[in-house]
Design a protein around this ligand. Structure first.
Ligand code: NAG
Ligand code: NAG
Ligand code: NAG
Ligand code: NAG
Length: 966
C-alpha cells in the first residue's frame, strides 16, 4: 500500500501519513532542479550532471573482490543483547533481533491450509449489507476434529465440511472476538488429505474504509449514491469472507459477484462470463486467479466508466484501464499513459513479465490510505490517481506518477513474491518506494526525483528514526492488531533510504540482478528479509546480510562526529538522537557506514571508504571536503565549524565540489543538528547565508522549510519570531522578484514548484509585496470566476493561506465557498490545507468543527489538522479541541487507528510548550492507547525536542539576530 500524507503546509515539518498502502508524501512535497536557472548561472549545469550521476549510482564503483577482503564481521552482530542497545528504553527493540523467529504470533493452526476459494458475493447497496457463499478447498495436513478460520463482523448461517464423499456439520462453533477467529468442531475426525468447507454468511457493507465497504458520491443531479469496494490489507479480508487471513497462506480464487444489471463489477482477474439471473440482476464470474495472499484479493461494484490502453512491448499484451465514477475518466489520462511504460520497465528490470492479463486502476472517493496494490486491481484515493492538466496543482502529477509506480512495483514485489509475515512489511514497502522512484526517474528524468527523495523520503525516515520512540525497520509483529502502527516512515522511507544506500554501494545493476534472482526463486511463494539478503549475497559475492543487519535490525541512525586536530581528521560514529542525550548503553551499535568522503583523501586506504569500527582518522585534506557525497548514506554528519566554512565558501563560489544533493543534504543535516543541540542554531543560520546564489527547487524546499521551522517552533518568543521572519524575508526576496506569480507557458515542472516554495515562505514571513499581491489576486479571483487564471492552480493553496492568515471573516467565507463548490477532490484538498491558517478564535473553532462535519470525508481530516498545526494561533486551541472531542474522534476512527494517531500528533507537532507533555500524559492516563501508542510516544518526544530547543537557544538566537541586524 501507499500511505497518504498532506502537502506539508508547514513545509518545515513534513508530517506524513502512512496508512496502509502508499505514502502520499510524494504528492506532498518536493522536487528539484530548476532549469530556468541554467540560463543565467552556468554552475547549475554542473549540478545537473552531478546529480544525474548520483542518480545513476555510478559514483566510485566498488570492486567486489575488495569488499570481500576488507569486510569483517563486527562482533556485535552475533551478540543479540548488544544489538539492541536501547532495549531499556524501547520495548520494540528488545525483540528486534528476533525478527525472523516467530515469537508468539497470533496465527491460525497450521494443520489445515486452504488451496482454493470459490467465492460468491451479493452486495446490497441500499441496505448496506452483503450475502456471501464460500467453498474452500482444504488440505488437511494432520487429522483433526477442529478447523479454525479468520472471521470478523460476519454472521455465519450454515457451515458444512465434506470429506470422503460425506457432508458433516459442526457440532459446535465458537468465536474469539479478540483473535478474529471462528472454530468449528466436528464430531468425527477429518482425515489427512483434502476436504471442502462450505459457509453461507452475511456481512456488513460498512463506511469504515475496511473490508468490503461502501463509498458515497453525488451524481450529476446531486443525489447521493454508493459504490462498493474492498480494502483488505492488512487483516480485513476476514471482514468480507471467512479465510486464512495470513500473507503466506496463499491460494487461488474464483470470484463471482451478483449485482444489479446496470452496474459494473471488477476484480483481480478479467471477467470470464456474465449470466443474467433475473431481469434486474446478473452474475459476473471472474477468471481464476494465480496463487496469492488474501490481503491482495479485491473487488468493486459501481457505476464505473473507463479509458483503456495496452502494453506494446510485452510478449503477452496487458490491458490497462483506469476506472472512475461517471464523468471523471478523462482525468485518469495521465495515469493511463504511464501505466504500460511502467509495466514494461518493471517487466524488464525484474526479468519476469507482469503475470496477469490486465491491470486496472480504480479511483475511490473514500479511501483510508493513498493506494492499495491489489493484484490486477489497484485502488486509489482520488487525488492519488486523477489529475487534470488544466485545473490541478502540478504537484499532484508527480504524486500520481510516484503512486502508480509504487503500486505497480508491488505487483511483483509483494504480490508475486510475498512477505512471509508482517515482520517483513518494510521489504514490501521500502523496496516499492525505492523502485517506484527509480521508475519515475526513468520516465521523467527532468523531475530529478532522486534529489527530491533526498529532501523528502530520506529526511522523513531519518527524522523519525532520531527519536527513541522509533523502531527497527524489521520489527516483530506478534498480533495483527499491531500491524497498522508500522505502516510508517520507518518501513517506507528509512526502508527505501537503506535500499538506496545498499544499491548505490553494490551498484544498481548488481542490485537489480540480485532482485531478479530473488523474484525467480520465490515467485508464487513467500520470502523473508534474509531471503533477499541471500539472493543479493549470491549475486554480489559479498555477505550483504552481515552489514545490512545493522540498518534493519537495530533502531536508530548514526551521526558521524568529525573533528580536526593536529593535521588529522577524526570520524567517530554514535547513535543520533534528536534529544541529544544518548546513554552509553544506547550507543553500542557500530553501523556499517559508507563514508563517501569527497574528494577522497589518499590517506583513506579502503577504496570503498567503509567505516566498520567506532572511528577512523585521515590526514586533513588541503581544501574543502565533504562526507556522504551524493547523500546516499543514511546518517547525519557533524562537521566542525571550520570545515562548514570551507564547504560554504565552495557553495558560494559555485564550486563543482558540492552538487545538488550535497547542498540539500548539508542543509538538512545542520538544521537537524542545530535542533537537537549538537551545534548552535546560529551555525545553521550562518550556513544558510552561503546559499545566496541558490536557485534549485530541492535545496530551496529545505532552506525555506528549515528556516520556517525555526519561526514556527519559536513563535511564542516575539523577539526571535520577528527576527527570524525578517531573516526569512531577506532570504527569499531575490527569488520572489525573479519568479513572480505567473506560470509561463511551457515552464518546467521544477521551476513551478520552486515558485510555490518561495511565495509560501515569503507569505509566512510577512513579505509585504507578496502579501499585497496575494490579496490583489485573491480579490480578483473571487470577484470574477471567469478570471480564475489569476490564481494558477499550483499557487492557489499558497494564496489562500496568505490571505487567510492576514485576513478575517470575509476571506474565510470565500475560501469555504470555494471548498464547497469545488468539483474536484484535489481542489477541495488545497482549500482544506489552507483553511487552518485563519487567525480569529471563532473562525478557528469553525474550521475545527468543519473537520468532523459531513462536508469533509473522514479520510481528509488530516489536511485540516495539518493547517491548524502549522498555524501558531490555532495549534493550542486545536489540541484542546481534540481533547474535548475525543469520544467523537475515537469512535469515528476506530477502524483507522493511524488517523486517530494523527489527531494526536498533528496539533502537538510544532508546539514547544513543555507543560503540554504533562497535559498529554494526564489526558491519556485513563484511556486505551495501545492502537496509537507509537504516535503518542512520538508526539511526546517531539514536544520534548521542541521545548528543549527553545529553552536552549532563546539567548543565543536573540544575540545572533541582534548582531546581524534582524
Ligand atoms: C550512467 O552513467 C554511465 C557512466 O557514467 C553513462 O554511460 C550512462 O549514460 C549513465 N546513464 C544515465 C541514465 O544517465
Ligand atoms: C558470529 O557468527 C559467525 C557465524 O555464524 C561465527 O563464525 C563467528 O565466530 C561468530 N562471532 C562471534 C563473535 O560470536
Ligand atoms: C512459504 O514459502 C516457502 C518457500 O519460500 C514454502 O516452502 C512455504 O511452504 C511457504 N509457506 C506457506 C505457509 O505456504
Ligand atoms: C563531536 O565533535 C565536537 C567538535 O566538532 C566535539 O566538541 C564533541 O565533543 C564531539 N562529540 C563526541 C560525542 O565525540
Amino acid at each position: 500500500m501507499r500511505p497518504h500524507s498532506p502537502s506539508s503546509p508547514s513545509s518545515s515539518f513534513l508530517f506524513f501519513f502512512f496508512l496502509l498502502l502508499i505514502p502520499f508524501s510524494t504528492l506532498a512535497t518536493t522536487n528539484t532542479f530548476s532549469s530556468s536557472s541554467l540560463d543565467d548561472n552556468s554552475d547549475h549545469l554542473y549540478e545537473q550532471d552531478a546529480d544525474t550521476l548520483a542518480n545513476n549510482y555510478t559514483y566510485e564503483p566498488p570492486t567486489f573482490q575488495q569488499h570481500q577482503q576488507v569486510f569483517t564481521v563486527p562482533d556485535f552482530i552475533n551478540d543479540t543483547s548488544a544489538q539492541s542497545p536501547s532495549s531499556q528504553a524501547q520495548p520494540d527493540s528488545t525483540m528486534c533481533n528476533k525478527a525472523s523467529s516467530k515469537p508468539n504470533r497470533v496465527v491460525l493452526p497450521a494443520n489445515v491450509a486452504p488451496s482454493h476459494y470459490t467465492l460468491t458475493i451479493t452486495p446490497d447497496l441500499k441496505e448496506f449489507t452483503f450475502g456471501g457463499y464460500v467453498e474452500i478447498d482444504l488440505i488437511i495436513h494432520e487429522a483433526t476434529k477442529t478447523v479454525q478460520i479468520n472471521t470478523k463482523d460476519l454472521t455465519l448461517k450454515t457451515t458444512t465440511i465434506e470429506f470422503a464423499d460425506k457432508t458433516h456439520e459442526p457440532v459446535s462453533t465458537s468465536f474469539d472476538d479478540h483473535r478474529d477467529t471462528t472454530t468449528f468442531t466436528f464430531e468425527s475426525e477429518i482425515p489427512k488429505g483434502t476436504a471442502v468447507l462450505r459457509i453461507l454468511y452475511d456481512g456488513i457493507l460498512s463506511d469504515k474504509m475496511a473490508g468490503f465497504y461502501r463509498s458515497s458520491y453525488k451524481d450529476a443531479e446531486g443525489n447521493t449514491k454508493y459504490m462498493g469496494v474492498t480494502q483488505f490489507e492488512a487483516t480485513d479480508a476476514r471482514r468480507a469472507f471467512p479465510c486464512w487471513d495470513e500473507p503466506a497462506a496463499k491460494a487461488t480464487y474464483s470470484i463471482s459477484l451478483v449485482i444489479p444489471t446496470e452496474l459494473v463489477a471488477l476484480s483481480n482477474m478479467p471477467i470470464a462470463t456474465i449470466t443474467q439471473v433475473e431481469p434486474e440482476q446478473k452474475t459476473v464470474n471472474f477468471e481464476k486467479t494465480p496463487i496469492m495472499s488474501t490481503y491482495l484479493v479485491a473487488w468493486a461494484v459501481g457505476e464505473f466508466e473507463y479509458i483503456e490502453t495496452t502494453t506494446t512491448k510485452l510478449e503477452k499484451p496487458v490491458t490497462c484501464r483506469v476506472y472512475t465514477l461517471p464523468g471523471l475518466k478523462e482525468q485518469g489520462r495521465f495515469a493511463l499513459e504511464i501505466t504500460p511504460k511502467v509495466l514494461e520497465y518493471f517487466s524488464e528490470i525484474f526479468g519476469t513479465a507482469y503475470p496477469l492479463p490486465k491491470l486496472d486502476h480504480l479511483a475511490v472517493p473514500d479511501f483510508d490510505a493513498g493506494a492499495m496494490e491489489n493484484w490486477g486491481l489497484v485502488t486509489y484515493r482520488t487525488v492519488a490517481l486523477l489529475f487534470d492538466e488544466k485545473t490541478s496543482d502540478l504537484r499532484f502529477k508527480e504524486q500520481v506518477a510516484v503512486t502508480v509506480a509504487h503500486e505497480i512495483a508491488h505487483q511483483w514485489f509483494g504480490n508475486l513474491v510475498t512477505m512471509e509475515w508482517w515482520d517483513h512489511l518494510w521489504l514490501n514497502e521500502g523496496f516499492a518506494t525505492w523502485v517506484g522512484t527509480l521508475a519515475v526517474d526513468h520516465l521523467f528524468p527532468e523531475w530529478d526525483t532522486w534529489s527530491t527523495f533526498v529532501v523528502d523520503d530520506m529526511q522523513r525516515g531519518v527524522g523519525l528514526d532520531s527519536l527513541r520512540s522509533s523502531h527497527p525497520i524489521e520489527v516483530p509483529v506478534a498480533d495483527p492488531h499491531e500491524i497498522h502502527q508500522i505502516f510508517d516512515a520507518i518501513s517506507y522511507s528509512k526502508g527505501a533510504s537503506v535500499i538506496r544506500m545498499l544499491s548505490s554501494w553494490l551498484t544498481v545493476d548488481v542490485f537489480l540482478a540480485g532482485i531478479r534472482r530473488y523474484l525467480k526463486k520465490h515467485e508464487y511463494e513467500n520470502a523473508t528479509t534474509d531471503d533477499l539478503w541471500n539472493a543479493l549475497s549470491e549475486e554480489s559475492k559479498i555477505d550483504v546480510r552481515e552489514f545490512m543487519n545493522t540498518w534493519t535490525r537495530v533502531i536508530g541512525v548514526p551521526i558521524l562526529n568529525i573533528t580536526e586536530a593536529d593535521g588529522v581528521v577524526t570520524v567517530e560514529q554514535h547513535r543520533f538522537l534528536s534529544t541529544n542525550d544518548v546513554k552509553p548503553e544506547e550507543d553500542e551499535t557500530i553501523w556499517w557506514v559508507p563514508l563517501g568522503v569527497h574528494p577522497k583523501p589518499s590517506s583513506i586506504v579502503d577504496p570503498n571508504q567503509t567505516l566498520k569500527s567506532r572511528s577512523l582518522t585521515f590526514e586533513v585534506p588541503e581544501g574543502p571536503y565533504l562526507f556522504n557525497k551524493h547523500y546516499s548514506g543514511v546518517f547525519r554528519t557533524n562537521y566542525p565549524p571550520a570545515a562548514i566554512g570551507r564547504i560554504g565558501k565552495a557553495i558560494l563560489e559555485g564550486s563543482d565540489l558540492v552538487g545538488l544533493s550535497d547542498r540539500a543534504g548539508l542543509v538538512a543535516d545542520i538544521a537537524s543538528l542545530s535542533k537537537s543541540g549538537h551545534t548552535a542554531t546560529s551555525n545553521f543560520l550562518d550556513l544558510v547565508q552561503y546559499y545566496k546564489n541558490e536557485e534549485t527547487y530541492v535545496v530551496w524546499e529545505l532552506l525555506a522549510g528549515r528556516v520556517g521551522e525555526i519561526a514556527s517552533i519559536f513563535s511564542e518568543n516575539e523577539r526571535i519570531s520577528q527576527g527570524i521572519k525578517h531573516f526569512q524575508r531577506n532570504l527569499v526576496d531575490r527569488m520572489v522578484q525573479k519568479l513572480g506569480w505567473e506560470f509561463p507557458e511551457g515552464e518546467d515542472y521544477l521551476t513551478s514548484r520552486l515558485r510555490n516554495v518561495i511565495l509560501r515562505s515569503a507569505g509566512r514571513a510577512g513579505h509585504d509585496a507578496t502579501v499585497a499581491e496575494a490579496k490583489r489576486r485573491f480579490a480578483l479571483f473571487v470577484s470574477d470566476p471567469a478570471q480564475d487564471s489569476i490564481l494558477h492552480p499550483s499557487i492557489r493553496q499558497t494564496a489562500f493561506e496568505i490571505v487567510l492568515s492576514q485576513g478575517g471573516e470575509e476571506e474565510f467565507r470565500h475560501v469555504l465557498k470555494y471548498f464547497h463548490a469545488a468539483p474536484k477532490q484535489d481542489q477541495q484538498v488545497i482549500a482544506l490545507l489552507a483553511l487552518g491558517f485563519v487567525q480569529q478564535p471563532e473562525l478557528i473553532a469553525e474550521v475545527q468543527a468543519l473537520a468532523i462535519s459531513e462536508s469533509v470525508r473522514p479520510q481528509d481530516i488530516f489536511y485540516v489538522l495539518a493547517g491548524l498545526a502549522a498555524n501558531p494561533a490555532s495549534r493550542r486551541p486545536t489540541w484542546e479541541w481534540v481533547k474535548s472531542n475525543w469520544n467523537t474522534l475515537s469512535e469515528r476512527y476506530k477502524s483507522s487507528m493511524s488517523m486517530l494517531g494523527a489527531c494526536v500528533k498533528y496539533p502537538l507537532s510544532q508546539s514547544s510548550d513543555a507543560a503540554l507533555i504533562k497535559d498529554v500524559k494526564e489526558f491519556f492516563a485513563d484511556k486505551d492507547t495501545k492502537d496509537f501508542q507509537r504516535a503518542l510516544d512520538q508526539s511526546i518526544e517531539g514536544l520534548d525536542v521542541n521545548s528543549a530547543w527553545v529553552a536552549r537557544e532563546q539567548e543565543g538566537l536573540s544575540e545572533w539576530l541582534t548582531l546581524n541586524k534582524y
